[in-house]
Design a protein around this ligand. Sequence first.
Ligand code: SF4
Length: 333
Amino acid sequence: MSDKSTVKKQPDLIAVQNLKKYFPVRAGVMQRVVAHVQAVDDVSFSIKKGETLGMVGESGCGKTTVGRTMLRLIEPTAGSVIYGGKDIFQLKNNELKLVRRDLQIIFQDPYASLDPRVPIGESVMEGLHIHKIGTPKERVDIMMETLKKVGLETYHARRFPHEFSGGQRQRIGIARALALRPKFIVCDEPVSALDVSIQSQVLNILKDLQSEFGLTYLFIAHNLSVVEHISDRVAVMYLGKMVELADRDELYRRQLHPYTQALMSAIPVADPKLKRKRLILKGDVPSPLNPPSGCRFHPRCPIAQKICAEKEPEFRELKPGHFAACHFAENFL
Ligand code: SF4
């Protein structure tokens, strides 16, 4: 988390406008498209320079698809992502390659993206080779410096991925992203697979690197306590839609969407005297193949009315900087 007042004054670094990602479902001998999975449906937001935007929601809500589509690791169905005055979705070959230096990703499972036969020093330098940055000696210097920045030792460069623990592998994942000195990093559940004791170490590294390099993060997670720890603002996704967005402190104090209220009610409270009433949602998350009409949350919402199944609620600003998509959000102000 960065210095709040400074971050608020910063310009937007990256802006997502009306992003849609529908995955085709094919069937039959001819493999005709018979339906679409609406993984992300009309999502807009921006992130300021030096800010961390946390993005939460149950698995399948579309948060990972948002992050990957922003970097064009997955091609979008519609919308735009504005970075440096240009729409990333319109860029071709060399222009896209240039922008990719600035935009990196840290995966939940760095092991899957590391070649088991390649020493990790080489993996960390891979991006430098691809982008033809520096001489061979300069690349080694950048790699060594980057390993130290993430708390690894220079002798680790010669070791192979299987010689590291889960926490160390995630440090390697961060080093790979950092070697190119990016401006923006999508952190896709970077601590979800780690032991709790290691999680805070990795989160602290991410925070330190943010201060040192002025990094901007989209931090994707399903653990609300982790998101609270690192984010400046938090966005909540449900079934491909953004349903709430607010400053972190504001959102954890007051939720204007019943889905966010249910998520928050499930966070364990350390003090047994401070009992929180747990809101249990009925049913499972519906399929994004055939999302419910009107408000997608209506089959599970404890306060749903007739209009909820008929009309999609607008994502609107109810207080300065606090947005929610619920017909009855005013009731919670
Ligand atoms: Fe619940 Fe209706 Fe609000 Fe959707 S619009 S969250 S169904 S009250």
